[in-house]
Design a protein around this ligand. Structure first.
Ligand code: NAP
Length: 219
């Protein structure tokens, strides 16, 4: 049993939180307020005391590992509010995408090309072991890869700390991913690639008429 912070009360935070609790971990869901209604609903669904709620700061202090499931445009500000001392030395699994919907759909990226949100987080919090993962698919597939093509499709991870990448790979196998489908891209600058898949992802969703699809790399 490990202690996790899940920062974010949206569909990703809930889905990841559910899976972690199901795996027997203790999870605190973080939000801007200590009594967030969505987080309270999520806690109420898990009656055995392994689901807790708090502020972004409370959750980050609580968790030995941190899932960043926050709105991409606000992620740096939110992590600031969590207090760097609660983050330092920990593995932070970053699922965010820097999507900007201010001009409607399809969204643009707030950062791209020569930088990425994963790198911005790593640069702002150099003592945190940032691992970008799972950001290129619908959240239901993140914790249940068999929902698409019997699990025969791929996901990508990257981050500067090799041990942290291995640890996240192991966690993803507990989520149901076969190790051969977890492609380790290397350092965090590779999140430029995985985040820049999103403009394609949103267009594919329109073309195939559903978010339930995945990328599969063939050679
Ligand atoms: N939806 C998917 O299937 C999917 C797939 C891959 C990646 N992603 C990425 O995963 C992340 C989470 O997505 P989501 O749809 O679950 O949630 P979301 O709506 O993008 O974000 C929810 C969280 O962001 C916080 N937030 C929103 N606006 C804020 C503001 N102005 N100031 C501070 N905090 C703010 C909320 O705080 P409160 O709790 O206090 O309201 C909440 O905890 C996003 O970066 C998204 O791009 C999503």
């Amino acid at each position: 049993m490990s202690k996790f912070a899940v920062l974010g009360t949206g569909m990703v935070g809930k889905t990841i939180g559910n899976k972690l609790v199901e795996l027997g971990h203790k999870v605190m869901m973080g939000s801007r307020t200590h009594n967030n209604e969505k987080a309270a609903e999520w806690v109420a669904k898990h009656s055995h005391g392994n689901a807790l709620q708090g502020t972004f700061e409370d959750a980050s202090r609580f968790g030995d590992y941190i899932f960043n499931c926050t709105k991409g445009m606000m992620a740096l500000e939110i992590l600031d509010s969590a207090n760097v001392e609660n983050l330092n030395g920990k593995i932070l699994i970053d699922i965010t995408n820097p999507l900007d919907f201010t001009n409607g759909f399809p969204p643009t990226l707030t950062v791209s090309n020569s930088n990425s949100l994963g790198e911005q987080i790593q640069a702002k919090f150099p003592e945190v072991k940032v691992v970008k993962a799972l950001n290129t698919m619908n959240c239901n597939i993140m914790v249940n890869p068999k929902l698409v093509n019997q699990g025969d499709h791929d996901t990508f991870i990257c981050g500067n700390d090799e041990h942290a990448r291995k640890w996240v790979t192991e966690l993803l196998t507990q989520f149901g991913w076969e190790a051969k489908h977890i492609i380790d891209l290397g350092d965090i600058s590779n999140s430029r690639g995985t985040e820049q898949l999103l403009p394609m992802w949103v267009r594919l969703m329109g073309a195939v008429g559903s978010p339930m699809f995945q990328f599969k790399i063939v050679q």
